[in-house]
Write a protein that binds this ligand. Structure first.
Ligand code: SF4
Length: 486
């Protein structure tokens, strides 16, 4: 356990993740209460108005480093970057490690490049900025710029002011080991589906005309929307199509997600209601891993579900993969890619396992600790090579906290098959109204980069019982901020 003490808490979310990235096996303890486990290192951050000092000690009290720098606390973004660079360089010198993303701890590295492209910066200026400011590696700087250029081109094609709607279906056939989404196993909570849909329909009614712009993308995710039986799925899609104005919708995505939830009837219904993009998510094609992570479907089910979707006429199918699952190494990653290559989906999203606090994988850490792979970076390299060879191009990127190897998730697509919603959401380019349990609506203000959020309850029973309150939160926000926002 590494304890972090600070004279102020302003930089907690910068210091904590950076320390964790250097010592992924350690818990970083930032609370005032005494730590529960034995302490291996202590970091002390002395934050002053015009300067900072970082002291790092070993368990035996020996000083490892004592470094300082200066910046104006009144200019927080700049202060933040100076303190992160100072910490990064000191920890890097001590551990001998370099992190691919350097001192960059944010979840949207491509947004740094995208925003600057919008301001007219040249590629070279962005490259120097990312290297000097965030100490990013050459490879990750290149990836960010490449993705930002693609995003810039795709977003420029959206002419008018628009918004998107996200609809969350919080049910799944079973709960995956690593899941930290709002998701409820059908077997246990299936009896709540009708009440859930009723509440959701109320929210869809509210959303239909609360913004005066073009609705440009609709994304139904979860959970697993296809965990609904065919009848309920059809009712949901009918409600969406009958209520929302689809005249300007450029993309209508439904995450079919779990292959064990896909049937011929459901993929036909998705097509019938004009869904333009679906995902069928294997995560891995290794049966042993699927069993460990609790997916309760086979690799053969993935192939079957994919071919059903193709036969129903779906010509834009995404597949999600995870690198770094318990017990997997390079041969397992190669096998997955090989099997996926035979299916030839239109886009692939390659995730790196992020072990979140709430997920079972973290709760049962002791049981799976020995199975967490160490060479996720090499697996990502293998995936990147595969993408190049099969002409999938990277088009969006994000990072999560507690990611294995301090790496990233990358969306790849064949030319013209990119998921527009993914870019809009990830790069915070337009307002997204989120409906359903656990949804967070994001309101992007036209000026000054301001973004505000309203949250829905995560628990489905709360969502069902408090739906009027969820709607009122959005309504109140829009009434209060109307002038500046609209
Ligand atoms: S399918 Fe996705 S949302 Fe459902 S339990 Fe698994 S990880 Fe969670």
């Amino acid at each position: 356990m590494i304890t972090v003490e600070q004279t102020r808490n302003d930089f907690e979310s910068d210091i904590g993740p950076l320390v964790k990235s250097f010592f992924p096996e350690e818990t970083v303890w930032m609370k005032k209460a005494p730590p529960k486990d034995p302490v291996t290192y202590r970091l002390y951050a002395d934050v002053r108005e015009h300067s900072m000092r970082l002291l790092f000690f070993g368990a035996d009290g020996r000083e490892i480093f004592d470094v300082s720098d200066s910046a104006e606390l009144s200019n927080k973004p700049e202060y933040r970057n100076v303190i992160k660079r100072l910490l990064y360089r000191s920890l890097s010198a001590y551990t001998g490690k370099e992190l691919p993303w350097g001192a960059q701890t944010g979840v949207r590295p491509a947004k740094i490049a995208l925003d600057r492209l919008g301001l007219g910066w040249t590629e070279e200026e962005i490259r120097s900025f990312m290297k000097e400011h965030y100490l990013c590696s050459e490879e990750k700087t290149d990836l960010s710029i490449r993705i930002a250029k693609k995003e810039y081109r795709l977003l420029s094609a959206l002419e008018k002011k628009g918004y998107s709607i996200y609809i969350g279906i919080a049910f799944c056939p079973s709960k995956c080991l690593y899941c930290s989404f709002p998701s409820y196993a059908v077997q246990q909570y299936g009896n709540l589906m009708d009440d859930y849909l009723l509440a959701l329909f109320k929210e869809i009614e509210f959303a239909k005309d609360c913004l005066p712009w073009e609705l440009q993308t609709v994304y139904v995710g979860g959970g697993t929307p296809t965990a609904l039986d065919a009848n309920r799925l059809e009712r949901l899609l009918k409600k969406i199509r009958d209520t929302l104005d689809f005249s300007h919708v450029r993309e209508f995505t439904v995450e079919a997600g779990r292959p064990d939830s896909i049937t011929e009837e459901k993929v036909r219904i998705l097509k019938q209601y004009g869904v333009t993009r679906i995902s069928v998510n294997p995560q891995t094609m290794n049966q042993r891993t699927l069993d460990i992570i609790g997916r309760r479907h086979t690799a053969e089910d993935v192939k079957r579900a994919f071919s059903m979707a193709r036969q129903a006429g779906h010509d834009n199918i995404n597949m999600d993969l995870i690198m770094g699952l318990p017990g997997e190494d390079l041969p397992e990653a190669a096998h997955t890619l090989d099997e996926i290559g035979k299916l030839s989906p239109d886009s692939l999203t390659v995730h790196t396992l992020a072990i979140k606090r709430a997920a079972d994988l973290n709760i049962y850490k002791e049981r799976y600790q020995a199975m967490i792979p160490e060479n996720t970076e090499e697996m990502l390299g293998l995936a990147a090579e595969f993408m190049k060879e099969h002409e999938y191009f990277p088009y969006y990127l994000y990072r999560q906290k507690n990611m294995t190897g301090s790496l990233e998730n990358v969306g790849y697509a064949k030319e013209g098959k990119e998921g527009l919603y993914n870019i809009l959401m990830m790069e915070e380019q337009q307002t997204i109204l989120a409906l359903g349990a656990g949804g967070t609506s994001k309101y992007v203000f036209p000026a000054g980069g301001r973004i505000e959020r309203t949250d829905n309850c995560k628990s489905i029973t709360d969502y069902i019982g408090r739906i009027d309150e969820m709607i009122a939160r959005k309504r109140n926000f829009l009434e209060k901020e109307g002038g500046a926002f609209l």
